[in-house]
Structure formats: structure tokens, C-alpha cells
Design a protein around this ligand. Structure first.
Ligand SMILES: *Cc1c(COP(=O)(O)O)cnc(C)c1O
Ligand code: SF4
Length: 350
């Protein structure tokens, strides 16, 4: 399969090369992208090498150092490693029900780069890449090369929003929207602010988790000065992701007045256990981040080995309810093609 994601890679301003060792752009540039490097750096068993190379051909590997540093060396079962290590199970034929467009996004496009499935909320795919490549990603096969890059190419989507008075919330998504520079985002937000009926801005991003330095002063200024009510929805699946730097970055967002929510995906071998998810909620609440959703895996081809049964998911949620305050338990949801909202997983539902 073609590495579609690479087309858009060029559209994101190339990370500035320079002497500053710690900027988020430098960290992105220095991210591990070669499966052999990952295996060597983490001292992983040799037998993982050929599968890693093969699977990375289909969906490229990306892991920045700040995330890598939270992975235990020599442990192929590390819950963070499992999220990022390409393995041969990805490359076999997809089981029934698993596809390249698992949530029906092709039919939800309203303009280039713009999806709308739910009332009042439009989602913009503002970047085609991420700081980390999650192996279970439901947009593994998303045709990012068809989405706009420069701001001029966003005008058709902005026009549709301006002509749709029911759209009151804009969700910046991707890929990861924070792969864009603060200046680029500020310009897009300014153009959205000119549309009077838009009231809220949401950013769906994993960057504050994987490269905490992405929470820059520029981003905080943007979010605390926009006329929109902002929300940032981050994505962490396991408590070990919330290390000190990550926790501090999340707290900076909260202290700037931005509500921060977390969504996780229920993943076999990563967080399909009560204590991991209870500790994830505790780690989030410690830094004032509210658990929002726990998603059932979307059936994307290549990720079937991550699937956890809904019965097991419901058991885990029932246990979490006994251990955590009500606001510490995420809503367990699944994406159902054609539904008017994300659907709560309940016993007996298919
Ligand atoms: C998940 C999603 C949203 C946001 O849904 P909420 O329930 O409001 O978090 C909006 N648009 C699309 C296309 C989505 O997939
Ligand atoms: S950060 Fe989100 S969009 Fe990017 S690879 Fe991970 S799950 Fe997919």
C-alpha cells in the first residue's frame, strides 16, 4: 500500500533546523521513524524486527523521544510500546467487519477537509500527520492527500460553515491539528471568529501527551484570547503516559482557563484492565483533566488484534464506578455509522 500520509507531510511547515535542542519542532524532527532504530533503542527481541519493518511499510512508524522515554526497555509487552510498535499481526488479511473506512467518514464530507456527522459540530482535518503513529488509529487509511493544506484551500470549508447557521462548534482534528504552527492556527481561528454563529472551538490532539513542549506560550495565548469557548480533548490510554512533563503541560492548559478532557480507546494488552484505567483517571484528575470518552475500537483494517469485547469493556466500567467518583468514569462509547451521536455501549447491544 502507498504511504499516503507522506504527501501531506510536506504541507506542514518543515520543522526549523536549529541549535535549540528542545523545541517541539526539533523533537518532532528527531522522532524515531525507523523500526530497526526502535528495536535497537528499546533492546527488543530480534524476532520482532521483520514484522516491524513489514507493518511500517503500510503505516509508517513515528515515536518522539519524549514518549519513548516512558517505555520500559526490553519489554515487548509494555503498554505504551504496544501502541506504537508495528507488528506482523497488522499485515494479514483483515477479519470480517474490519475495513479502511471503519466509521463511514467518506459519506460525511461537506467540503474538502470538513466532516459533519453530528448536529451543530463540524470537524476540520487541518493536518494529515501526527507526532506519533498509533497502530490502532481509525484514520490509518484516511485519504489525507485530498485535504486542503494552505489557508487559501480552506476557503470552501469556511464558506460552508458561514452558510450553515446551525454549526456552532468547530472541532480541529486530523491527523493532529497541533502539528500546525501557532501562527497558522491563529490565522485559521481568526477566520473562524469572523463567522458570527460559531461559538465554540474544540481541539482534538495527542500532542500534549506525546510532546508536552507543544503546549507553548503561543498556544496558551491563542486559547485564552479567542472569543470562542475553547476545549482541548487530549488522548491518553494508560497512566504511564502521564509523566511529570506531560502532567505539567496539561496543568498549564487548565490554568490558562481551558477545559481539558481526555478520550482513550479500549485496547487489548494496553488498558483492558481495571487498575490501569482507574490509575489513568486518577492521573488525569490530579492535573484537572476530566475523563470524557472511552471508545470501543473502531474496526479499522490492521488493528483487529487490539479488540476487546464489549462484555469485557462493560465489566471494566462497572468496576471503575465502584472505585472512582462519577466524574472520573469515562463514558464508554462506540461510533455507529449513521447514528446521530456517539452511542453509549450497553449490555446486549451489538
Ligand atoms: C466524535 C466526533 C465528533 C464529536 O462528538 P462529541 O460527542 O461531541 O465529542 C464530531 N464530529 C465527528 C465527525 C466525530 O467523529
Ligand atoms: S494521534 Fe490520533 S489521529 Fe494521530 S495516529 Fe494517533 S489516534 Fe490516529
Amino acid at each position: 500500500m502507498e504511504r499516503r500520509i507522506s504527501v501531506q507531510e510536506n504541507a506542514i511547515e518543515a520543522p526549523a533546523a536549529g541549535p535549540i535542542g528542545s523545541s517541539w519542532r526539533d523533537q518532532l524532527r528527531q522522532a524515531v521513524r525507523d523500526p530497526d532504530d526502535l528495536i535497537d533503542l528499546l533492546e527488543l527481541p530480534e524476532e520482532l524486527r521483520s514484522g516491524a519493518r513489514m507493518a511500517a511499510e503500510m503505516f509508517p512508524l513515528v515515536v518522539p523521544q519524549a514518549f519513548l522515554s516512558r517505555i520500559r526497555r526490553g519489554d515487548p509487552d509494555d503498554p505504551l510500546l504496544r501502541q506504537v510498535l508495528p507488528i506482523d499481526a497488522e499485515t494479514g488479511p483483515a477479519p470480517a467487519g474490519f475495513s479502511s473506512d471503519p466509521v463511514g467518514e467518506e459519506g460525511a464530507s461537506k467540503a474538502a477537509g470538513m466532516l459533519q456527522k453530528y448536529h451543530g459540530r463540524a470537524l476540520l482535518i487541518v493536518a494529515g500527520v501526527c507526532a506519533v503513529a498509533c497502530r490502532y488509529c481509525f484514520r490509518r487509511d484516511y485519504p489525507y492527500d485530498e485535504t486542503p493544506s494552505g489557508l487559501a484551500e480552506w476557503q470552501p470549508a469556511l464558506k460552508v460553515i458561514a452558510e450553515s447557521p446551525d454549526i456552532e462548534e468547530i472541532i480541529l482534528s486530523g491527523g493532529d491539528p497541533l502539528m500546525r504552527s501557532d501562527e497558522w492556527l491563529a490565522e485559521l481561528v481568526a477566520q473562524l471568529e469572523a463567522i458570527p454563529h460559531v461559538r465554540r472551538l474544540r481541539i482534538h490532539t495527542r500532542l500534549p501527551i506525546v510532546i508536552p513542549d507543544r503546549v507553548t506560550d503561543g498556544l496558551l495565548t491563542l486559547l485564552s484570547t479567542t472569543r470562542f469557548a475553547p476545549t482541548v480533548v487530549v488522548h491518553a490510554n494508560h497512566p504511564a503516559e502521564i509523566d511529570e512533563a506531560c502532567g505539567a503541560a496539561l496543568l498549564r492548559l487548565v490554568k490558562a482557563g481551558v477545559p481539558v478532557l481526555n478520550q482513550c480507546v479500549l485496547l487489548r494488552g494496553v488498558n483492558d484492565d481495571v487498575s490501569a484505567l482507574a490509575d489513568l483517571s486518577r492521573a488525569l484528575l490530579d492535573v484537572r483533566v476530566m475523563p470524557y470518552y472511552m471508545s470501543q475500537l473502531d474496526p479499522v483494517a490492521g488493528a483487529a488484534h487490539f479488540e476487546v469485547s464489549k462484555e469485557r469493556g462493560l465489566e471494566i466500567i462497572a468496576e471503575l464506578r465502584k472505585q472512582l467518583p462519577g466524574f472520573g468514569v469515562p463514558r464508554y462509547v462506540q461510533e455507529v455509522i449513521g447514528a446521530a451521536h456517539k452511542v453509549e455501549v450497553q449490555s446486549g447491544c451489538s
